[in-house]
Design a protein around this ligand. Structure first.
Ligand code: S3P
Length: 172
C-alpha cells in the first residue's frame, strides 16, 4: 500500500495548494490540518491564537496530527510549526513520507503579501524580519524531520507536484 504524502514547510511555501493539486491528479483525498482544526473548533487559527495563545494551539495541532496520521492513502498538508514537536513527526512518519517544500525567505515574503493577515505569528510590524528569524530558528528542524526536500523557489505548482510524483514513482 502506498504511503501518505505529507507536506511540511514554512508558512506560504505552497503546502495547501500543492496538496489540492496533487489530490486532483491522484484522485485521493487531502486533509489540511489547519482547516481541520478550524472546522473542529469553529474558529479561525488567528482567533485561537488570540483567545487562547500559541501553547493551546499547539496542543490542538498535536491532537489533530495524531488523529489524521492514522488515515491511509491521503495527502496531508501541515501547518508550518508542526515540526516543533517531534511527536508530530513520529506520528506523521508511521504511515507517511514527508516532503519538505523548501522556500527561501524571499519566496515566502512574496507569497505572503496577500495572506499575511491570516497568520498570527506574522501580525507584527517588522513581519519580514520575523520571517527571517523564524526560518533561521526552524531550518534544521525542517531538514531533519523530512524524507525528501523539494526546492520550490521559481517553480510552478505543477512542477512541484511532478517532482513529488516522480519520487513516488507515479506516472499519470
Ligand atoms: C504556523 C503556521 C500556520 C498555522 C499557524 C502557525 C507556524 O500554517 O499553523 O499560524 O508556526 O508556522 P501555514 O504554514 O499553513 O501558514
Amino acid at each position: 500500500m502506498r504511503k501518505n504524502i505529507v507536506l511540511t514547510g514554512f508558512m506560504a511555501s505552497g503546502k495547501s495548494t500543492v496538496a489540492k493539486v496533487l489530490s486532483k491528479k491522484l484522485k485521493i483525498r487531502y486533509i489540511d490540518i489547519d482547516r481541520y482544526i478550524e472546522r473542529k473548533e469553529n474558529m479561525s487559527i488567528k482567533t485561537i491564537f488570540n483567545k487562547f495563545g500559541e501553547k493551546h494551539f499547539r496542543e490542538l495541532e498535536s491532537k489533530a496530527v495524531n488523529k489524521i496520521s492514522k488515515q491511509r492513502n491521503v495527502i496531508i498538508s501541515t501547518g508550518g510549526g508542526v515540526i516543533l514537536n517531534n511527536k508530530n513527526i513520529k506520528s506523521l512518519k508511521k504511515r507517511g513520507k514527508i516532503f519538505l517544500l523548501d522556500a527561501s525567505p524571499k519566496t515566502v515574503i512574496k507569497n505572503l503579501k496577500n495572506s499575511r493577515r491570516k497568520r498570527p505569528l506574522l501580525s507584527t510590524r517588522n513581519w519580514e524580519g520575523r520571517v527571517y528569524d523564524l526560518m533561521n530558528n526552524r531550518k534544521n528542524l525542517y531538514k531533519k524531520s523530512c524524507d525528501y526536500v523539494i526546492s520550490v523557489d521559481g517553480k510552478s505548482i505543477n512542477e512541484i507536484c511532478n517532482e513529488i510524483l516522480e519520487i513516488n514513482n507515479i506516472s499519470l
